[in-house]
Write a protein that binds this ligand. Sequence first.
Ligand code: GLV
Ligand code: MN
Ligand code: MN
Length: 432
Amino acid sequence: MKSPQNPKTVLNGSHITINKRRLLRDLNAISRIGIGNHGSVTRLVFSIKELRSRQFLIHQMRQIGLQIHIDRIGNIFGKLNSANPKAPAVLAGSHLDTVVDGGKFDGTMGVIAALEAVRTLKEKKVSLQSPVEVVCFVGEESSRFGFSTLGSSLVAGEVHGGDFANATDAHGTKLEDILAGLGIYRSNLRSLRRDPTTVKGYLELHIEQGPILEAIKKPIGVVTAIAAPTRFKAVIIGQADHSGTTPMEMRKDALVAAAELIVAVEKIVRQYSRMDKGRVVGTVGAIKIEPGVINAVPGKTELSVDVRSITAAAKNRAVRLIEAKIHEIARRRKTQIDILPIRKEAPVPLDKRLVHLIKECCEARNISYEIMPSGAGHDAMQMAKITPAGMLFIPSRRGISHSPAEWSDPEDICLGAQLLLDAIVRVANEKI
Ligand code: GLV
Ligand code: MN
Ligand code: MN
């Protein structure tokens, strides 16, 4: 541990204990916003439910007395000041939006845990060298527009004119139109960027969303890197036609072409799915069919393709093979297939010093941990571009996420929040 800059400063969080009941109470309360069948939660970005969850957070921040800043897109920053209010702040948080019929924990747990950590620090009058900000990023999930980590990408200055061109929801609403309503245009995207000199580090606690921690019976994952996606839409244009009169050899069936493509994505990606080959994963998660009736040959389909890996080279190889296959299917089936790019991102390594610091926080409490990469995307991958970023995982039951069956043990949640507090205190008080 580095030497203190001020002898009275609390150097680590090991004797500061979060309030578990309060943490679980808030997590339960916010989960009622957008609750659906079988305990599912749906708070799509910019929906009324998502806005209400943000209001809930603002209310809690006000009660604590945090200094609240909300940027133009709606990212919320609740600041706990320190002895040096001008010092760069430690940011901690995640997101409150969810997928359709998602769970209660993805993103939300990280925001509420950061809230509880800061509330504890305030209540116990802990003296810190740097301010701490609880952060809620807007639109981490790509379920509505196909565009992920929206708010944190803007904060990191990682969005450029035209990036939203193909971002449209299932009802045809364009993300660009919603943003224009908030005063965000191609010309001023950089205005949401946070000046990196005002940030000391970013910490995010999240559920693992995979099966590893549960399988090895370890309560904490310390994340080293985040797999990043390449995403595009494939629009297949065939010929809509009568299903009774059109001979098989005269058809240009856009759905059969889509079916070939879906199977091809799986087959190609499987060549690179082993850990030593780059652990590439690929998913066609959404499909639109026109006209989509029983008595017409499908004339148009639109597929979403999402390919991810921890290794850029392996991901790029798989994407190139998928693109080649798309051209081959188009030629052979006499259809037109347009590839509309959504996003191409490089896998992101997290800060090595923070990996080490989080490991030490676990060791200080005798907690066993696993050093691991993240297959899911997180706001941390954007924040890592402007500040040292670190992440902690807690186990997900049966590895399930993006589903009402998503579950994490309350004990693990409380432990994760406690370690988040410990890490916040150390980042705030030490030279990073
Ligand atoms: C975020 O949940 C993702 O899609 O990785
Ligand atoms: Mn998610
Ligand atoms: Mn998430």
